[in-house]
Design a binder for this molecule. Structure first.
Ligand code: SER
Length: 324
């Protein structure tokens, strides 16, 4: 099996690579691409890192034509908060980049393209929990380009050009720091809670959005990449895990990190984005069609994640590029 990832150096990539290596009976051949040059920590057996800017059509086509992947995981994206600061780059990466990846996949006869969509496709005023098939009126350029990416995936699939599948992710939480997401407050409660004993969140205490622990997130991507097409009624599916208020996350962190101080100073742009998103997702269709089910709840995540963050910090892993 030949697997190519775009944006592999971001929040999801390394965890997804490990999940793919863990699941496969025969070791796959993985090409991990990203804009930034990989560092020594990225090197591992069966994985070759290669620099790729998905906005560069020729370079994208060339790497696909050369490697001829069976499966592509398209992770490259500018997230919601950073996208509002720089909509031009967000459009180039998320919109043009997705188009380039679809076209390169078609030309290289990729067997399946897995698209990472987001709760950001939704706008305000939707049912709680929010099902898959509702009007999509996103409030951010990130959301607009994810809606467009979903529609393009659906179109390419119906035309028989590229078999696309994907999930709408909740905010993902792990020890790997993203950058520019509006859901990052949840993750920083853990990372900064452990390393500094304190975190000033950029949202209100009563903020509630769908969240998911990364091991469930990468398993969702792997499972949908394997799901038989005839079982799929949709191209892109909601996947859900838990939906705590920000102060409920803080209480869970405090259980594992006694004395941690978490305070709330809402920042208007990111709070506005968070308020535009659903409070919870309805993932009934994913459960019915491909057997999806999250394993971690909030406290289960806390119990697993806090020791991991402690261990990374003890090993001197650089978690410094905080975007608090
Ligand atoms: N985590 C993303 C963000 O905050 C949502 O997909 O932008």
């Amino acid at each position: 099996m030949r697997i190519l990832l775009t944006g592999a150096g971001g929040q999801i990539g390394r965890d997804l690579i490990n999940e793919l290596l863990r699941r496969s009976k025969e070791p796959p051949s993985i090409v991990a691409t990203d804009l930034r040059t990989p560092d020594a920590a990225d090197e591992q057996e069966h994985v070759r890192w290669s620099r790729l800017d998905v906005t560069n059509e020729a370079a994208t086509r060339a790497i696909f034509a050369d490697f001829k992947p069976d499966i592509v995981f398209h992770l490259a994206a500018i997230l919601s908060a950073r996208g509002e600061k720089d909509p031009v780059t967000a459009y180039a990466v998320n919109q043009t980049g997705t188009w380039n990846v679809l076209e390169a996949s078609y030309a290289a006869r990729v067997k399946r393209l897995v698209f990472t969509s987001s709760i950001a496709v939704y706008g305000p005023g939707l049912p709680d929990p929010t099902p898959d098939a509702v009007p999509l009126q996103p409030a951010t350029i990130y959301g607009v380009t994810k809606v467009s990416g979903e529609l393009l995936c659906d179109y390419y699939t119906r035309r028989g050009w590229v078999d696309c599948v994907g999930v709408r992710f909740p905010g993902l939480i792990s020890a790997s720091l993203p950058g520019g997401g509006s859901s990052d407050y949840a993750l920083f409660m853990y990372v900064d809670g452990v390393r500094y004993g304190a975190y000033e969140a950029f949202c209100r205490a009563d903020t509630r959005i769908p969240l998911m622990y990364m091991p469930d997130g990468v398993r969702a991507l792997a499972e949908i990449s394997e799901a038989p097409r005839h079982k799929l009624r949709r191209c892109i599916y909601n996947v859900a895990a838990f939906s705590p208020r920000a102060d409920e996350i803080a209480a869970s962190v405090a259980r594992a990190v006694p004395g941690v101080r978490i305070t709330y100073v809402p920042e208007p742009v990111r709070q506005g984005i968070l308020d535009s998103w659903p409070k919870a997702l309805d993932d009934t269709m994913a459960r019915e069609d491909w057997g999806w089910k999250a394993r971690y709840d909030l406290d289960g995540m806390t119990d697993d994640l806090v020791p991991r963050v402690r261990e990374l910090l003890a090993r001197g892993v650089d978690l410094s590029h905080s975007n608090r």
